[in-house]
Design a binder for this molecule. Structure first.
Ligand SMILES: [Zn+2]
Length: 256
């Protein structure tokens, strides 16, 4: 029963994330106006705006003008619903769960904005850094997952300067920008959340997954090596791998 609650809660926050993904990059107010159909501009009725259900009921079309609703809306809602459910299954009713739910919402929004627009807005990374740091002062925090405030602060700084250094060197060598400062702020936020030791592990998995994903298109020559790829989504997936397997990896790396 509680699991169902988390699933529904996730789908509602997924729906809110969709609004942010759509409006943040074009600097449109988030809470001010109600959603309208991009096709016919008609305001969407509440019963056509129910997360997950409306998309299926309307068969991905606007009721008024048959405008095709992007499948991404459904994917985001489902992703958030499943993530919320899994976090509850693993961490129960706890502060850890609450923190990870907040992180999930930010990650989902950043993932899809970067994927579509190649930007990571400061409106998202700055609050994420801030929450990542101040949460260190919550008493009885899950120490398997979250660092103390000193480690958090070092993590935030290391995360930022590693990407800054990569950008700097890449510019020197190839006279081009490989990554953006948005990536630096995102990795900094991850450092604030999970401490300095998370940084190399997240970078490793992000690079590995990016390589696996990009290699087929390089072989087929449909993309060149210099083609722009958003790195934010890979950092986020790398961070999820860290959250799941981080303790295992850290025990191998640092206690050997
Ligand atoms: Zn319409």
């Amino acid at each position: 029963m509680i699991l169902l609650f988390f699933f529904i809660l996730g789908s509602i926050w997924g729906s809110f994330s969709n609004v942010c993904i759509y409006r943040l990059p074009i600097n449109d107010g988030i809470a001010l106006s109600r959603s309208s159909c991009p096709g016919c501009k008609k305001v969407i009725k509440w019963y056509d705006n129910i997360p997950l259900i409306s998309f299926i009921a309307l068969r991905a079309k606007c009721r008024n003008c048959e405008f095709r609703i992007n499948t991404q809306y459904f994917v985001v809602e489902l992703l958030a619903a499943i993530s919320f459910s899994l976090i509850y299954i693993i961490y129960g009713l706890s502060i850890t769960t609450l923190l990870l739910l907040v992180l999930t919402i930010f990650f989902v929004i950043i993932f899809f904005i970067d994927l579509k627009h190649f930007i990571i807005p400061n409106e998202l990374t700055f609050p994420l850094m801030f929450i990542g740091f101040i949460k260190s002062f919550i008493p009885n925090l899950n120490q398997n997952l979250f660092p103390n405030f000193i480690n958090s602060l070092i993590g935030g700084l290391v995360g930022y300067f590693i990407v800054w250094l990569i950008i700097f060197l890449y510019k020197k060598i190839r006279n081009k920008e490989g990554m953006g400062l948005g990536d630096a702020k995102l990795l900094s936020a991850i450092g604030f959340w999970f401490g300095w030791a998370s940084i190399p592990i997240v970078i490793f998995f992000a690079s590995l997954i990016a390589l696996i994903y990009v290699t087929p298109s390089l072989i087929k020559k449909s993309k060149s090596l210099s083609a722009e790829i958003p790195f934010g989504p890979y950092l986020i997936v790398g961070c999820v791998v860290f959250i799941i397997y981080g303790n295992y990896i850290k025990s191998i790396l640092f206690n050997a």
